[in-house]
Design a protein around this ligand. Structure first.
Ligand SMILES: [Fe+2]
Ligand SMILES: [Fe+2]
Length: 250
């Protein structure tokens, strides 16, 4: 019987597959850490900059935690295939602030800061869901569960922070712009999520020797999820609500 749990357990038991899974996770977190550090450096308002910096420090820490899990399993990180690189694909599709911009020293203007926040809001929702899914799957795994639990807890802070900051800007008259940007970003994000999902399945199929029907079924699952997201559940990525944890990055 195919289930998310059985698939992830299979990945867990194969060195190459597990190495790729954790390398993808580590790369995403580390990159998020770097981006946030740069955004903090380019943010004029010291209070806002401090929050971004704290967010960045959390992401860098998450990257290290995943790398530590690899180390503990005596595995090295592997290069993440470009087609499975969620952060870079988002950037290529114009979501958030490009690396070329972040490497400059010119402080961010209001519009750019807004783009950063909307990008964070959409991707933090996804990150939070993903880590919670992994936590559910590996809740009995003595090596993985504590790390995943700690990261999942931090992600609640990150989601809270993005909701809180965007709601503040909405109250300052930016609501229409924010809503437009949120929808645009969410639509791109769900497409990128589908793409990396399919590449992930293909890589795993190769490493784990899955049959064609099994691979096809899982790829179809990714596509079906995309269709559901595009029709209905994208709304959760854009919904703004009072933060579960107020002033989480304060
Ligand atoms: Fe994270
Ligand atoms: Fe996060």
């Amino acid at each position: 019987m195919l289930s998310t749990k059985s698939i992830f357990r299979e990945i867990r038991q194969n060195r190459d597959a597990f190495k790729l899974l954790l390398s993808i996770a580590a790369k995403g977190e580390t990159q998020g850490g770097w981006e946030n550090e740069r955004i903090a450096a380019l943010t004029r308002d010291p209070v806002a900059a401090r929050k971004v910096l704290r967010h960045g420090a959390d992401e860098t820490k998450h990257g290290l935690m995943f790398a530590k899990l690899l180390h503990k399993a005596r595995l090295d990180t592997v290069a993440v295939p470009m087609a499975a690189d969620y952060c870079m694909l988002l950037e290529q599709r114009g979501i958030g602030l490009p690396h070329t911009r972040l490497k400059q020293e010119e402080p961010l203007d209001k519009e750019e800061f807004l783009k950063y926040l909307v990008h964070s809001k959409v991707t933090e929702e996804r990150a939070s869901e993903e880590v919670n899914l992994m936590l559910k799957v590996f809740q009995d795994d003595p090596d993985l569960a504590p790390t995943l639990g700690a990261i999942a807890d931090d992600e609640i802070n990150h989601v809270s922070y993005t909701h809180e900051e965007l709601l503040k800007l909405c109250a300052q008259g930016e609501q229409d712009k924010i809503n437009r940007l949120l929808k645009d970003y969410a639509m791109v994000e769900i497409r990128v999520y589908r793409q990396v999902g399919q590449v992930f399945v293909r890589n795993m199929a190769q490493m784990l020797g899955w049959s064609r029907p099994k691979q096809w079924l899982l790829e179809f699952g990714v596509f079906a999820t995309y269709l559901i997201e595009r029709a209905f559940t994208w709304r959760r990525l854009v919904a703004l609500r009072p933060p579960v944890r107020p002033n989480a990055m304060g």
